[in-house]
Design a protein around this ligand. Structure first.
Ligand code: PBG
Ligand code: ZN
Length: 325
């Protein structure tokens, strides 16, 4: 009996190219951007090669150069100079949305993260109760829906709540639809885990829980890494509440869920390759232990294979060279 010859279809670049099932293109990548009101100069974010805390000025320049690099989709994080527990002030972030849309119009697709952790004095993703030991769900949802509506009215193409409160998708959809923003896309951070991989981000967004309150971490609102069933419940709920796009976050450690959920729920899936994941790959490459372009290409391919339509990655603006390699 002859042996099964699987290597026949691996023997040359032509046959390998023709037999691939998935591909990655810069068109599918979303670049996160941070813009701070307090900064005077763009500041490199430790660990995140090519990523900066932008000033309003440098943000416009960065997006211009990103467009030249083939990147046209963005996820904006605004970091205002003053912080408050209630009635948080959306004006700084809105002014950045307006400036981007005035300058680039429909040449860019602008998603805006909706959360409170860069706005509150304690760095939690919502409003705390009086005891300071729990995030008040309904008070938070009211604030979040208000923020999302402001961003949409300022011109965001998409709003993306990352807070993990219950019922925020329905509340945001209702606020948008009731105020003339029916066309604004709603991308839910549906499956966002309580992860250790958010470190570099929290520096960039100035959003780490401060420790000055009783509630020390985000475990009471983000998903538990050991409980996959919850991911299904969150997804079903957000679909029922009207999410247009769903997301798994972080990416690589939760690839199993991305695969299973994307087979079951036919809304498009985004995956967020979070700051710690990106920084880990970059440090491997910087240490000479992996070839940078091929390393990133391999991981981005894994996200596509597991079912992601779009990938949020800090490497978007560098990716064209990686993907051509
Ligand atoms: C905050 C938020 C986080 C990220 C996106 N929005 C971090 C957190 O929940 O603390 C993570 C992004 C990253 O690490 O790249 N709501
Ligand atoms: Zn948050």
């Amino acid at each position: 009996m002859s042996t099964i010859n699987l290597r026949r279809l691996r023997q040359d670049p032509h046959i390998r190219a023709m037999t691939r099932e998935v591909s990655v293109s810069v068109e599918q990548l979303i670049q996160p951007c941070f813009v701070t009101e307090a900064g005077r100069e763009p500041q490199a974010v430790p660990g995140l090669t090519g990523v900066f805390q932008e000033t309003p000025d440098s943000l416009l320049h960065r997006v211009e150069s990103d467009l030249r690099a083939g990147v046209s989709k963005f996820l904006l994080f605004g970091v205002p100079a003053s912080r408050a527990e209630h009635d948080v002030d959306a004006r700084f972030t809105c002014s950045q949305i307006e400036a981007l849309k005035k300058r680039f119009g429909k040449d860019i697709w602008l998603g805006v993260d909706v959360c409170m952790c860069s706005y509150t004095p304690h760095g939690h993703c919502g409003v705390l109760n009086l005891e300071g030991d729990h995030v008040d769900n309904s008070a938070s949802v009211r604030e979040l829906a208000n923020l999302a509506l402001h961003y949409a009215q300022a011109g965001a193409d998409c709003v993306a709540p990352s807070d993990m409160m219950d019922g925020r998708i329905a509340a945001i959809r209702q606020a948008l639809d009731g105020n003339g923003c029916e066309r604004t896309v709603l991308m839910s951070y549906a499956v966002k885990f309580h992860s250790t991989l958010y470190g570099p981000f929290r520096v960039a967004a100035d959003s780490a829980p401060s420790g000055a309150v009783k509630l020390k971490d985000r475990a009471s609102y983000q998903l538990d890494p050991a409980r996959a069933g919850e991911a299904w419940l969150c997804t079903q709920r957000d679909v029922d509440e009207g999410a247009d796009i769903l997301m798994v976050k972080p990416g690589l450690p939760y690839l199993d869920l991305l695969r299973d959920l994307s087979r079951e729920f036919k809304q498009p899936w985004a995956v967020y390759q979070v700051s710690g994941e990106y920084a880990a790959l970059e440090s491997l490459a910087a240490a000479g232990m992996a070839p940078r372009a091929a390393l990133h290409r391999e991981i981005l391919t894994a996200f596509r294979r597991a079912g992601a339509s779009m990938i949020i990655t800090y490497g978007a603006r560098s990716a064209r060279a990686w993907l051509e390699g």
